[in-house]
Design a protein around this ligand. Structure first.
Ligand SMILES: Nc1ncnc2c1ncn2[C@@H]1O[C@H](COP(=O)(O)OP(=O)(O)O)[C@@H](O)[C@H]1O
Ligand SMILES: Nc1ccn([C@@H]2O[C@H](COP(=O)(O)OP(=O)(O)O)[C@@H](O)[C@H]2O)c(=O)n1
Length: 223
């Protein structure tokens, strides 16, 4: 069997990829890798260096000094760029509003995909749940378990709005839609590629969604 055992999870913003994947990893004793954090951290690094995120050539030049580290413990992980802990800073709505500009640059994607593969290969737990937009198709297309986690746009918006108290729900929803539109021009995370199992959480609560993902993992493990 391939080591570590990779569970690849893709989906749009607010579908539950991060929270559900983390809970699945904890239940299975696996590691957890949030790939979106790297795109966010690079957007943070570019802005900290005075680089406009629209300026692809300058964003590419930031890659050389992008000293990125992330843990894979699903019970809690920190994100660092150099000596700076950016775990909270990368969740700022300002970063969410520019991250797609950074993620659309092919050189950025190539660089980060290599980084993700090396983090996956270094995992010491028996498996790792990896979530993002292109994990099932590009980062780990050979993963034994590949899942597309979806939920209706309305449900995704209301879950995110409930999270971001103090922010305007209408504005948050519009930002989320705009980010999905921009991201879907770069990778297709709305249609399941061949061999990818769709888990639609629109009608499921959080625990039911975790159970549904675990059931997919168990069905593959039992083969
Ligand atoms: N099935 C579900 N039912 C209710 N809330 C959920 C469900 N799945 C996820 N959530 C909640 O929705 C929010 C967005 O989930 P998150 O994991 O951040 O999504 P993503 O990583 O896909 O952007 C979180 O507050 C999470 O707890
Ligand atoms: N595998 C990935 C993961 C994220 N991303 C980019 O990184 C951004 C942030 O990802 P995220 O997973 O933190 O986003 P949320 O859906 O959790 O809000 C996305 O909007 C994409 O632009 C990507 O291009 N490919």
């Amino acid at each position: 069997m391939q080591f570590p055992f990779v569970v690849a999870v893709d989906g749009p913003a607010g579908s539950g990829k991060s929270s559900v994947s983390k809970a699945v990893a904890r239940r299975l004793g696996y590691g957890f890798l949030d790939t979106g954090a790297a795109y966010r951290a690079l957007a943070w690094h570019a802005e900290a260096g005075g680089v406009e995120p629209e300026d692809a050539a300058s964003v590419i030049s930031c890659l050389a000094s992008f000293d990125y580290r992330i843990g894979t413990d699903p019970a809690g992980y920190r994100v660092h760029v150099g000596a700076t802990d950016v775990t909270d800073a990368i969740r700022d709505p300002q970063i969410s509003s520019v991250v797609s500009l950074v993620a659309r640059v092919p050189e950025v994607r190539t660089h980060l995909i290599e980084l993700f593969r090396s983090i996956i290969a270094a995992e010491q737990r028996p498996g790792i749940v990896v979530e993002g937009r292109d994990i099932t198709t590009v980062v780990a297309p050979d993963a034994p378990v590949r899942i597309l986690l979806t939920a209706s746009e309305e449900v995704r918006m209301s879950r995110r709005a409930a999270e971001l108290t103090g922010h305007d729900a209408g504005k948050t929803g519009e930002q989320l839609r705009a980010r999905d539109r921009a991201d879907s021009k770069v990778v297709d995370f709305t249609n399941a590629a061949e061999g990818v199992t769709v888990v639609d959480s629109t009608e499921l609560d959080f625990e039911q969604t975790v159970d549904a993902v675990i059931a997919v993992v168990e069905s593959v493990s039992a083969e």
